[in-house]
Design a protein around this ligand. Structure first.
Ligand code: ATP
Ligand code: MG
Length: 167
């Protein structure tokens, strides 16, 4: 199954972690990579490190804001893809958090994502992709697509991200 969590509401990364827990509970070998996000000691990062050990990789460099940082962010994406290459064979479920953010920032190509999807389809593996603004080609190729729509978010009244809620 190719599963996508997208949309502008809060819950995409939470959904990928929830999916990982469900698969882990079923003793599925997993590999989980966080594109874009760096290690900020977020609660889920500490949890996944303990749970998945070397089957978890935090490959990102954080928010991509300045064009001059593109080469470093592209390299981080390549590192994530290389890590996936080394782990994907033994996994039954592959989880790529924020990979669609990388696509929207033009840090990963359509072909690279298509190759990953094709590999999972051909080898009977589950693939979870998350991030805002899933492109049409991903929606087309996916089996399940959930769009988390923001109805309300405290950030609009100036509430800052909080430990245990946002990270
Ligand atoms: P979550 O990680 O909570 O499941 P998400 O993966 O859907 O959310 P992202 O777009 O990855 O959401 O954003 C990471 C977190 O930052 C989310 O918890 C989101 O609610 C929060 N967030 C987004 N925009 C803001 C903002 N402007 N101020 C504070 N927090 C924000
Ligand atoms: Mg997220």
């Amino acid at each position: 199954m190719i599963i996508v969590y997208t949309g502008n509401g809060k819950g995409k990364t939470s959904a990928t972690v929830g999916q990982a827990i469900r698969a882990f509970g079923n003793k599925f070998p997993l590999c989980f990579v966080q594109f874009m996000k760096s290690n900020t000691q977020a609660g889920e990062q500490q949890f996944l490190q303990e749970l998945l050990k070397d089957k978890y990789f935090i490959g990102g460099k954080g928010f991509f804001r300045k064009e001059e940082d593109r080469p470093a962010h592209r390299q981080a994406v390549l590192d994530c893809l290389a890590w996936l290459d080394s782990k994907k064979e033994e996994a039954r479920m592959i989880i790529c958090d924020e990979i669609l953010y990388a696509y929207n920032a033009k840090l990963i190509t359509q072909e690279e994502i298509e190759n990953l999807i094709a590999y999972c389809n051909e080898n009977d593996k589950h693939l979870v992709l998350s991030g805002r603004y899933a492109p049409d080609f991903v929606i087309e190729l996916a089996d399940i697509v959930s769009e988390i729509q923001e109805v309300k978010h405290a950030c609009h009244k100036g509430v800052k991200a909080q430990r245990g809620i946002e990270f």
